[in-house]
Design a binder for this molecule. Structure first.
Ligand code: SF4
Ligand code: MSK
Length: 635
């Protein structure tokens, strides 16, 4: 295997990495090499910078210092480091949720004219959950709902409303442990407070507080983001699209949207189809405007409009290195600071849009929901004007592109499985009970240059579907598998076991379902709750023959997602470099063993995709046995 193949299994990525090498443009892979060997204390979670008596570090071999200046030991330091990551991840998702709820409020006040209520059903469901009188006018109830949603962030008393979506048993477990989340902001603040110097020194208690904070993201901030986006941008339905760098077009003005919040990118979709702007693009010699996405913004515009996906996390620099991108428009999260340097090697204009995320010296066009369409048009126009600056000699767009089907929300998946006019989870539950489906797996998360790009996602997912496990995906993991052709209905015949194949063929779905972006992991939680509600698969989320995995994670948000999955009763495997916990055996044991008896879910760390699949299958079979179900229909 040559060096490029070791870096990524994706041919398009290899091709552009070769171009980068030839043109001496540095990417994340090169910068990782410069960082090596990475700090062992940091990797083990044993470096503490919490106060200025430090930084302190614990000798993992037991020979040097075993406590910091203040006396904190490895357990406390590693747990605090982990807890701080949970707080950051929860903040990111939840701040996203807040911005979306704020847009709903502006809309209700008549200040966000470019948006409208597109999913009345969901609006009504939420209004009911928040106890809003159904007799009110639509305007009154949108106003009241947006206020109540925003109140979820600053709530001082009571629990988050969406916690009631969880099965009763799960709610009881949370209550008993004291981890039912209250106000979202409060949970983040409290967790950060407990990790400052001289507060919580009990690693188990730090993790308990961490789980409550993570739950406030999964069943709070992220869930609000998902549901309100569906209300104002429309609930996704299955839609075909294309994926990989080959979606960039040689003779078009290429605009790439990257980041997470779809409120602006939704307007970019509209603006890219604006006849005046298309005319302008033709005037400068292009055939039209081509919009494509990277990371979770890509997932958002893909599942609502079928907009092409240029790539996942590690392909953001590569999109620019194709030499064909006029504008890369970014908002928040997972946007590499290196983009500015890479863009400066080409004609590409990097444009920041969010006041929270700016780059020195980079054009900033601030997005405001009040003038959303206007801002989007301004950015697309800049792209059109930049087309003439493209150096055609340096354009190298790989040929690779793959079809995919996305847009499987919890409502849609199960409407489809239940028959076009029957919205019920019964057929899904029956498929699991009969053994036609062995179980369910959520495979999510990022890329990490420490691992072979996309390899872990695709190897793991192929093994799971071969074993009749229906895979639900979000984020960059979904993009990885889509590029390998796993997200088309035809993939069932090639890769799936007989039972899963029968289901996919009967209802025309792929064996791997794209459920959206990172905040849409909340869709997996609500879908799982519906499965319990339907009956026959236990009383609690931990009873379902299901498992989760983030094989190539890198973001703090992935840690938060892992914690809300585990705290919701899900067995969850993390790949790549281990959590920063291995420096504390006590903490590692607590996360990977003890938590199972406390919350029903637990973590596992593993760096081999086939082993990950085997562990998930073993767990699923254990759950089937506990439910008195036979292993699987076909062996
Ligand atoms: Fe060192 Fe304790 Fe300060 Fe951490 S909190 S830096 S271990 S003195
Ligand atoms: S974008 S969090 S790299 S999945 Fe949501 Fe991808 Fe991970 Fe960012």
């Amino acid at each position: 295997m040559d060096k490029l193949e070791q870096k990524s299994i994706d041919l398009a990525t290899q091709e552009v990495l070769k171009k980068a090498q030839d043109e001496n443009i540095k990417t994340a892979w090169d910068r990782l090499e410069l960082q090596e060997p990475q700090c062992g204390f940091g990797q083990l979670g044993l470096c503490c910078t919490v106060c200025d008596m430090g930084p302190c570090r614990i000798d993992p071999f037991g020979e040097g210092a075993q406590v910091g200046v203040c006396g904190a030991n490895a357990d406390t330091i590693a747990a605090r480091n982990l807890a701080r990551k949970i707080a950051v991840g929860a903040s990111a998702h939840s701040d996203h949720g807040r911005d979306v709820a704020y847009t709903l409020q502006l809309l209700s006040e008549g200040h966000a004219h470019d948006y409208e209520i597109l999913d009345m059903e969901k609006l009504k469901t939420l209004a009911q959950e928040f106890g809003i009188d159904a007799n009110k006018t639509k305007e009154q109830f949108v106003k009241e709902l947006s206020k109540k949603l925003l109140d979820e962030f600053g709530k001082q008393e009571g629990e988050l409303v969406f916690c009631k979506r969880a099965p009763k048993e799960r709610q009881a477990i949370w209550k008993k442990l004291g981890v039912t989340p209250r106000g979202i902001d409060r949970e983040v603040v409290e967790l950060l407070h407990t990790t400052t110097m001289g507060v919580d020194n009990d690693y188990k208690n730090i993790i308990t507080t961490g789980m409550r904070c993570a739950l406030s993201d999964g069943w709070g901030g992220s869930m609000i983001a998902t549901d309100v986006q569906d209300i104002i941008l429309g609930g996704p339905v299955p839609i075909r699209g294309k994926v990989n760098l080959g979606v960039l077009k040689e003779n078009y003005v290429n605009i790439v949207v990257h980041g997470h919040e779809p409120i602006l990118s939704e307007m970019a979709v509209k603006a890219s189809q604006d006849l005046e702007l298309v005319k302008l693009a033709k005037k400068v010699g292009a055939e039209g405007i081509n919009l494509a996405g990277i990371c979770c913004t890509a997932n958002e515009v893909l599942m609502r409009h079928g907009i092409a996906v240029a790539g996942n996390f590690l392909q953001q620099e590569l999109a620019i290195i194709t030499g064909s991108v006029e504008v890369m428009m970014v908002d928040v999260q997972c946007i590499m600071p290196a983009l500015q340097e890479v863009a400066s090697c080409f004609h590409t204009k990097l444009i920041t849009t969010n006041p929270k995320a700016r780059f020195p010296g980079v054009t900033h066009i601030e997005f405001e929901p009040k003038k959303a369409y206007e801002v989007a048009k301004q950015i697309i126009k800049l792209g059109i004007e930049n087309f003439s600056n493209r150096n055609k000699e340096r354009v190298n767009i790989p040929k690779q592109e793959m079809d995919l089907v996305a847009g499987f929300t919890k409502e849609i998946v199960f409407q489809i499985l239940g028959g076009r006019y029957r919205s019920t989870y019964k057929p899904l539950n029956e498929a699991i009970i009969s053994g036609r489906l062995r179980g369910l797996a959520g495979v999510v998360g990022c890329n990490n240059p420490k691992q072979r790009h996309d390899y872990f996602h695709t190897m793991l997912v192929k093994e799971l579907i071969k074993n009749d496990i229906l895979v639900l995906q979000t984020g960059c993991s979904a993009i990885a598998c889509a590029k390998q052709g796993l997200l088309i209905p035809e993939a069932a015949k090639i890769y799936a076991g007989k039972g899963l194949q029968e289901i996919c063929e009967a209802v025309g779905i792929p064996p791997v379902l794209h459920l959206g972006s990172c905040v849409d992991n909340s869709r997996i939680l609500t879908a799982a709750s519906h499965i319990i509600e339907e009956g026959g698969l236990g009383e609690d989320l931990s009873d379902i023959p299901a498992a989760g995995c983030a094989p190539e994670w890198m973001s703090e948000k992935a840690i938060t997602i892992g914690f809300y999955f585990v705290a919701s009763g899900v067995y969850t495997i993390f790949g790549a470099s281990p959590f920063a916990t291995l420096g504390s055996k006590n903490l590692t044991d607590y996360l990977t063993k003890d938590l199972a008896d406390i919350v029903g879910g637990r973590f596992e760390f593993c760096d081999d995709p086939l082993k990950m699949a085997q562990l998930m299958i073993e767990h699923i079979d254990k759950k089937r046995k506990a439910l008195n179900l036979k292993p699987r229909m076909y062996d």
